[in-house]
Design a protein around this ligand. Structure first.
Ligand SMILES: NC(=O)c1ccc[n+]([C@@H]2O[C@H](COP(=O)([O-])OP(=O)(O)OC[C@H]3O[C@@H](n4cnc5c(N)ncnc54)[C@H](OP(=O)(O)O)[C@@H]3O)[C@@H](O)[C@H]2O)c1
Length: 266
């Protein structure tokens, strides 16, 4: 194999003449091409993860739900970027079969619903909730990956403030997913970002943007007063900054089985 070789975050990575990226697990013996599966790929964070992975030369399978209203648009966009499009239905057996067949090196869980989406789904006669989407689908994906020969790293986009909560709770659902990962058998990296914001979101989220602005302003004032650590931890981020960090951490041995707070995601 000719081409170039680099060390990224302690992992020896080389690229052959085809441009494929090969990862040497511990530098000795283990040689495999990195394959990433991204769930929630159409989301603000997920799409940036897809791009970042492609830029790193990794084979990417961008998942979108088969009933996505923007399926054609996203299929075209992902293919143009160089990603494979995966439309496996959110059903345990189908997902298990697909993930086993694909045998990815890393899986990104970037999906989640919002209060607004839950209300919209209800108005259109569909049942959705944090329990069904944020918890249920992420755990379905995790369980689908448990028997994979590659023992993929599961990179989960959780949230700052993740804590135990009741069934309808957003942060409670995040916490419950985190528990599954921490108690499971696969390597994981849990990311807890604060506000993920930017001018190029598809959906207008005025409350989220205002929240990010207020909190960033207050944190900047606290920063001036010396509370730099607090400011660094809780200030907002963009999807591209977060995605670059997630991709870096996904292949970093020291980030295996770790929970990374917001300040570690830049
Ligand atoms: N936004 C923030 O400030 C923030 C802060 C901390 C943590 N987080 C968490 O970080 C993750 C990424 O955030 P984001 O803002 O990038 O999310 P986003 O833009 O709202 O994207 C959400 C993703 O989840 C998918 N999804 C939603 N409902 C679904 C359903 N019923 N069935 C299947 N797929 C569904 C969407 O697919 P479709 O395109 O098909 O709908 C989309 O790919 C989320 O889990 C979020 O809770 C967000």
């Amino acid at each position: 194999m000719s081409g170039c070789a680099v060390i990224v975050c302690g992992v020896f990575i080389s690229s052959d003449e085809t441009g494929a990226v090969w990862r040497y697990g511990n530098g000795v013996g283990e040689l495999k091409m990195s394959i990433a599966f991204v769930a929630g790929a159409t989301g603000y964070t997920g799409r940036a993860v897809v791009r970042s992975l492609i830029q790193a030369g990794i084979e990417v399978h961008a998942h979108l739900r088969p009933d996505s209203p923007r399926r054609a648009q996203w299929t075209a966009r992902f293919q143009e970027w160089g990603a494979h499009v995966d439309t496996t239905p959110w059903q345990p057996e189908a997902m298990k079969e697909r993930i086993t067949e694909l045998n990815p090196t890393v899986i990104f869980g970037c999906l989640g619903t919002t209060k607004k989406r839950i209300a919209k789904d209800a108005a259109e006669g569909r049942t959705s909730s944090y329990q069904i989407v944020d918890y249920g689908m992420t755990v379905m994906l995790y369980q689908a990956a448990e028997n994979c020969a590659a023992r993929p790293r599961f990179v989960y986009v959780s949230s700052a403030g993740s804590k135990p909560g009741g069934e309808g709770s957003y942060l409670g659902a995040r916490w419950a997913v985190e528990r599954v990962l921490c108690e499971g058998s696969l390597p994981y990296t849990i990311a807890r970002p604060c506000f993920i914001t930017g001018p190029d979101r598809d959906d207008d989220r005025p409350a989220e943007r205002l929240g990010a602005k207020i909190s960033d302003t207050m944190l900047a004032m606290l920063g001036v007063l010396g509370a730099k650590t607090l400011q660094e931890r809780y200030r907002s981020t963009t999807n591209t900054i977060l995605a670059a960090a997630l991709v870096r951490l996904a292949f970093a041995p020291e980030a295996a089985d770790q929970i990374i707070e917001s300040d570690g995601l830049r």
